[in-house]
Design a protein around this ligand. Structure first.
Ligand code: APR
Length: 407
């Protein structure tokens, strides 16, 4: 009779238990495993779901550098597309910014997140890394001490426990790591009062640039994902059900807001995936609670207006890996002691730029939380001046490029 059949809680150990197999958890797992650190990744979903879940796909230059440094970038070099142009469309005309030739002259790489996650997972498993799929972390205990534990349930609902030296919470905004934080933890939150209908369309990109349309009806966005798949965003009213808009209505709104009459038709196609995104941001502070450390969306959620989420996740994973290797292999805790402060510098910079982008792309006249009308008109006029400055000022364009690609 095995321990499992008796339903007794099985306890397993690892020096580092990583919660979540997203960009943060898998980057961390690869780096720790390569450094000879005994680690395990616990992932609630099954392997197929992790490898096929379509999310972001706009990698910053720094993310490519980090992945290159650790031999994890072969896939994105083979199939990723360099990207360096934005097109802003307003009712008063449009302008393009070749941001790859501005600021630090850095480019994005368009590479679907599910492909990146698949690469990271394959590399981790081929290197002999440990991962338990279908294993949901319930809570992290005793993180104040040197031997935290993670209570889990496996795919059959059986309880288990992992004992560790450190727990890395890379399980997102609603994961067990966040739920296990001590009461006094700060959570800075902001609701930007804007919602988007996020769409994945089975249609080739219609622009050779990221398209940002600021239309009186609301914002619309166009981002290439692959040669056959395009990501679109449509500003919608808060509380709009994801299936409320018919495909015809979606394409009519996209055509109108993107100015198809003036700039040429958009290439239509079947809507493969849709979701409503309320633009919210939050930041947990500090990111370390004894032996529990946060990275990725578990640490902070930047509103998706500036493609910072996955890029912060990879940056934080490298900083955390370096700090844990110093501590566990060289008994040097200096980097671990500075981990939270170092990440928060990048996080707040990303939050500041995401907030600036939201203010640029969305008219306060359409935002019910923007305050009284006269104030909204004032903000709207400032917003238009900001767009005009971005169109005409080289200094502003350099600043934009540095923060748009930088992390
Ligand atoms: N136990 C185990 N795994 C969990 C739990 C749990 N309690 N809760 C969530 N998970 C898993 C999810 O199934 C997911 O695979 O944690 C993983 C978190 O991965 P992501 O959400 O991709 O988060 P992260 O690695 O921080 O990357 C964040 O990537 O998707 C982009 O833009 C997005 O900003 C986001 C960034």
């Amino acid at each position: 009779m095995t321990e499992r059949q008796t339903n007794r809680t099985v306890e397993e150990t690892a020096d580092v238990v990583i919660l979540g197999a997203g960009p943060a958890g898998l980057t961390l797992g690869n780096l720790l495993h390569a450094a000879g650190i005994d680690c395990v990744v616990l992932e609630r979903a099954d392997r197929a779901h992790v490898q096929t879940r379509a999310r972001a796909g706009f990698l910053a230059a720094n993310t490519v550098r980090v992945l290159d440094r650790h031999g994890l970038a072969a896939g994105l070099h083979r199939r990723g597309q360099p990207h360096g142009t934005c097109e802003f469309r307003t009712e008063n005309g449009s302008f393009r910014l070749d941001y790859g030739a501005l600021g630090r002259r850095e480019l994005h790489t368009v590479y679907p997140q599910q492909d990146l996650v698949d690469d990271l997972l394959t590399h981790y498993l081929e290197a002999g890394g440990r991962i338990a799929f279908g294993t949901e972390a319930q809570s992290v205990r005793d993180a104040a001490g040197p031997n935290p534990t993670v209570d889990v349930r496996d795919a059959e609902g059986r309880p288990g426990r992992w004992r560790a030296r450190y727990v890395a919470g890379c399980d997102g905004r609603h994961g067990a790591a966040r739920r296990s934080l001590p009461a006094g933890t700060l959570r800075h939150q902001r609701d930007h009062g804007v919602s988007w209908l996020g769409l994945i369309a089975e249609a080739p990109p219609s622009l050779d640039a990221v398209g940002y349309a600021m239309h009186p009806d609301g914002f619309a966005g166009h981002m290439a994902r692959t040669a056959d798949i395009t990501r679109y965003y449509l500003q919608c009213e808060r509380g709009t059900p994801a299936d409320a808009w018919s495909e015809d209505r979606i394409w009519a709104a996209l055509d109108r807001r993107m100015g198809a009459a003036e700039h040429g038709p958009l290439r239509h196609g079947r809507i493969l995936q849709r979701s409503v995104i309320d633009l919210e941001s939050d930041v947990v502070e500090p990111l370390r609670h004894g032996s529990l450390l946060l990275a990725g969306d578990a640490a902070s959620l930047p509103a998706p207006a500036a493609a910072k989420g996955a890029n912060l996740a990879v940056l934080e994973a490298e900083l955390l890996a370096e700090a844990l290797v110093d501590e566990l292999s060289h008994d040097d805790s200096r980097a671990l002691d500075r981990y939270s402060e170092r990440c928060l510098q990048h996080i707040w910079r990303a939050q500041e730029f995401a907030h600036w982008m939201i203010q640029l792309l969305h008219s306060p006249l359409l935002n019910p939380t923007a305050g009284p009308a006269e104030e909204s008109f004032f903000h709207e006029s400032m917003r238009r001046a900001r767009v005009e400055s971005l169109r005409t000022s080289r200094t502003h364009q350099d600043w934009f490029a540095e923060n748009y690609v930088g992390i």
